[in-house]
Design a protein around this ligand. Structure first.
Ligand code: C2E
Ligand code: CA
Ligand code: CA
Ligand code: CA
Length: 278
């Protein structure tokens, strides 16, 4: 028995050290990728429940020569932990603005907003709003063309401080959206103070709403609550017609998900923009 336990320990230690090595190696390679602007942007259109194309979420992609495609679900938390996340936000905006300039010249940019995911670390930087506004204006755009998404969970770590920055960003003209809403346990009094125009209903609720009465209740409640606070709602992860229909019936404002459009690389998204013009 002692021998079996010893063996288990060895296996455990090996697994731990492999995990450690992967994270160490990934961090190093992510740093290099950031220096060389080797992250890619994916674009996922958002729609009003009426079907009108209203905005686009920008999602980071990373293909590493050694590790292949690394999911943002893995490298974003890693970047948060290793102090690289503000650089990611910065790179995403640099690349997005350059790409938007090209589409602008081609007459492809309409009235839609571009939604970028930001981190709580960005909000903690005292000069974040000012630098971002400058960067956007230098590129020939205005903050009103952009939406900033921040997760409810991240906000709740230091709400009072975050709310001040959100308010400042809103005053600059940005639209603020609370991402993954519903899983972050914010209280009603916090929601009132959030200075956000949009709540993005977490995908887990959208996907279970027709099979789980509790999830249906949560979706219904978030939509009703948003109305009270004069906020708009967007349901993420909409995959079926039935979900879209029910969301519309409940008074949800916007939808995003595989049913309508998957996240796509710039070339495909550009073709999508062309089709929108006809
Ligand atoms: P998120 O912001 O909640 O993004 C939504 C995720 O759901 C994306 O995964 C998207 O590809 C996926 N998705 C969209 N529609 C559907 C659907 O109908 N069904 C299903 N099953 N999934 C759908 P992705 O791109 O892997 O991103 C994962 C998370 O990584 C994001 O969650 C976001 O928190 C983070 N992330 C991605 N890009 C960035 C970035 O540029 N900056 C920051 N800070 N975080 C990012
Ligand atoms: Ca998001
Ligand atoms: Ca989300
Ligand atoms: Ca509504």
């Amino acid at each position: 028995e002692a021998k079996a336990r010893q063996q288990q320990l060895v296996i455990y230690q090996q697994a731990m050290s492999e995990r450690f090595n992967r994270r160490f190696e990934l961090t190093k390679r992510l740093q290099e990728a950031l220096l060389n602007e080797r992250l890619h942007l994916y674009f996922q259109p958002q729609f009003a429940v009426s079907g009108a194309f209203t905005g686009t979420e920008v999602l980071a992609r990373w293909n590493d020569a050694h590790f292949g495609d690394v999911s943002p679900a893995e490298f974003i938390p890693l970047a948060e932990e290793r102090g690289l996340i503000c650089q990611i936000t910065e790179t995403i905006f640099t690349q997005l603005l350059a790409t938007m300039q090209v589409w602008q010249r081609q007459g492809l940019l309409g009235q839609q907003t571009y939604a970028v995911n930001i981190s709580i670390r960005d909000l903690e930087r005292p000069d974040f709003a000012q630098q971002l506004v400058e960067k956007i204006q230098t590129a020939g755009f205005t903050p009103t063309q952009f939406e900033l998404e921040i997760t409810e969970t991240a906000l709740m770590k230091d709400p009072q401080h975050a709310f001040v920055t959100l308010r400042e960003l809103q005053e600059c003209g940005f639209t603020i959206a609370i991402d993954d809403f519903g899983i972050g346990h914010s209280s009603l009094s916090y929601i009132k103070q959030m200075h956000a125009q949009r709540l993005k209903i977490d995908m887990s609720f959208t996907q279970e709403m027709l099979s789980n009465p509790a999830d249906y209740g949560i979706v219904k409640t978030i939509i009703a609550m948003a109305d009270i606070f004069a906020m708009k709602t967007l349901a993420e992860g909409v995959e079926t017609e039935q979900q879209a229909e029910e969301l519309k019936r409940l008074g949800c404002d916007y939808v995003q998900g595989y049913l309508l459009a998957k996240p796509m690389p710039a070339e495909d998204y550009q073709a999508f923009l062309h089709r929108q013009q006809r």
